[in-house]
Ligand binder design. Structure first.
Ligand code: FES
Length: 165
C-alpha cells in the first residue's frame, strides 16, 4: 500500500483486478482501492474498463473517483507523506507543523514536489493521537513530529533515494 515503486501497469492487469472483485456487491470502491493499492493511483485508462465491467457510465466512475480525495489520478511521488489534520494532533501542534511542511516542501496537499520525490496528503487520524503530531510515510507512522524532526526525516528519505539511485 502506498508504494509507488511499481507504477507500470497493463490493461490486462487492471482488468484482472476488476474481475477479481466485480461480482461483489458495491464493487466499485473495492476495485478502485485495489487498483490504487497496487499502482499508487487510478490510471485514467482504467475508467472505461471499470465502467464497462460494472455496467456504469464513465461519468459515474469519474464521479466517485473525484468525490473521494483518497484516490489519485496521477502517479504519486516516490514517497507519500500523510500528515494528520485531526483534532487530537491539532491540539498537539499539528497546525504549526503543517505550515512548516508546506513551506519546506514547497507544495500543498495533493501535490508532488517538482523532483517527484514526495507527495503530500492529509489524513484524519492515524490512531497515534497520544503521540501527535503524527504523520505516516509509506507504512511507518511517526509521532511527536516537530519541524526539525520532519526536516531530518526528509533528509533520510533523500539519502535513501541517493543510495537507491
Ligand atoms: S488525531 Fe492524529 S493520530 Fe489521531
Amino acid at each position: 500500500m502506498l508504494n509507488s515503486a511499481n507504477l507500470n501497469w497493463t490493461p490486462q492487469q487492471v482488468q484482472d483486478e476488476i474481475d477479481a472483485l466485480k461480482h461483489n456487491p458495491g464493487a466499485l470502491l473495492p476495485i478502485l482501492h485495489a487498483i490504487q493499492d497496487r499502482w499508487g493511483y487510478v490510471p485514467r485508462e482504467a475508467v472505461p474498463l471499470i465502467a464497462e465491467s460494472l455496467q456504469l457510465t464513465r461519468a459515474e466512475v469519474h464521479g466517485v473517483i473525484s468525490f473521494y480525495h483518497h484516490f489519485r489520478t496521477t502517479p504519486p511521488g516516490r514517497h507519500v507523506v500523510q500528515l494528520c489534520r485531526a483534532e487530537a494532533c491539532q491540539a498537539r501542534g499539528s497546525r504549526a507543523l503543517e505550515t512548516h511542511v508546506r513551506d519546506a516542501l514547497g507544495i500543498d496537499y495533493h501535490q508532488t514536489t517538482a523532483d517527484r520525490e514526495i507527495t503530500l496528503e492529509p489524513v484524519y487520524c492515524l490512531g497515534n493521537c497520544a503521540c501527535g503530531p503524527s504523520l505516516r510515510v509509506g507504512e511507518r507512522i511517526h509521532g511527536r513530529v516537530t519541524p526539525d524532526k520532519f526536516d531530518r526525516l526528509v533528509d533520510e528519505l533523500t539519502v535513501q533515494v541517493l543510495e537507491v539511485g
